[in-house]
Design a protein. Sequence first.
Length: 94
Amino acid sequence: MTSNIVHSSCLDSKMTKHERQWYQSFTEAIERMYMRFLLVTTLYVMEPWERYLVLTIAFLVITLVTYSAIVFIPFHVANIIRSTVPILTDVLLY
């Protein structure tokens, strides 16, 4: 009876160790990518409040550019197509 209890506790500890290692390796990978990002952008030399300010401004700029691209580019493409298709049909027909 005691061998079953010991055996099951060993399995439980192995499972939690395996899960912990997977979780730690995932978080370590995220931390490595973040550190590489800081090193490439030289944000690691800034103080934390400066880093957050720069990252916030960059995030806002990227968000606004993406939003404007999604909203305005289809409108401009439609206008370009509408203005050039009649000209192209005239050129191709004559």
